[in-house]
Write a protein that binds this ligand. Structure first.
Ligand code: SAM
Length: 245
């Protein structure tokens, strides 16, 4: 499932750069939850084509490392950074087997944990990210919203069609379409909010909080995204590695 990105890296990268949702809703929420970026070190796990890694550097992060399991995605990320002189370090690693790459102020994981095939794999991902955080450091993740109602206000209007499993069984396969031309289907795994929160708690994280997505406060955007935000397909979560006593 994780390796699908070796086949769709260019299409995904194109979608991410054109997708208004990513700029107006997802990144708006991510940066609001992260707080100040300037001078901080970031590890972006499941960095994809480096969409957020680049934004962290643009906003003044001191060091940014991007990690992804897909060699092709990392190649795309390096290509996008070429000549920009951003100095993002990219590495190919499976997040379930993450070495210690530093003691980072912030770790981000935007659509990573929904690729864990088992609870054990998800726990290993959380443990690896915990080991890479400085004491007191924070992790912010974005995951599919387990409470999304496919019969609710349609997110198809916003370019996303998500199909959770009818029985909402933990660990079952699900997919979503990014409604571009042609549409791009992404396959991943259904996990409940408690499965995610439990993995973070078991890995040692505290202060685990959910953050519904918000949109940038421009009046026309607030109006446009109203239905989406009432039945959002994704949600953010933050947690903290306890500080040294
Ligand atoms: C939907 S993309 C998100 C990319 C980026 N975070 C963003 O928001 O633009 C999901 C990414 O997760 C990566 N991924 C999936 N399983 C992974 C794993 N076990 N370890 C590291 N990366 C993984 C994929 O290769 C893909 O690049």
């Amino acid at each position: 499932m994780a390796m699908q990105y070796d086949q769709i890296s260019d299409a995904y990268s194109k979608a991410a750069s054109q997708f208004v949702f990513k700029r107006v809703v997802e990144s708006y929420t991510l940066f609001k939850v992260l707080g100040p970026v300037e001078g901080k070190s970031f590890l972006d796990v499941a960095c994809g084509d480096g969409y957020y890694a680049r934004l962290f550097r643009h906003r003044g992060a001191a060091r940014v490392v991007g990690v992804d399991v897909s060699e092709q995605m990392i190649k795309t990320a390096r290509g996008r950074d070429e000549g920009a002189g951003l100095g993002v370090e990219y590495r190919v690693h499976d997040a379930a087997d993450l070495p210690v790459l530093g003691s980072f102020d912030r770790v981000t994981a935007v659509y990573l944990l929904n690729y864990a095939a088992t609870r054990e794999q998800m726990l290993r991902m959380c443990q690896g990210m915990f080991a890479n955080l400085a004491p007191g450091g924070r992790l912010v993740a974005v995951v599919p919203n387990a409470d999304f109602d496919p019969a609710g206000p349609s997110s198809a209007r916003y370019g996303i069609a998500m199909r959770p499993p009818e029985d909402r069984k933990e660990g079952s396969a699900m997919s979503l379409d990014l409604l571009m031309d042609p549409p791009l289907t992404i396959h991943f795994v259904y996990w409940s909010r408690s499965a995610y929160a439990q993995a973070f708690a078991e890995a040692g994280f505290g202060d685990i909080r959910w953050h519904p997505l918000e949109c940038s406060p421009e009046p026309e955007q607030v109006e446009f995204w109203r239905d989406y935000l009432a039945n959002q397909h994704a949600i953010a979560l933050s947690c903290r590695k306890p500080p040294l006593a």
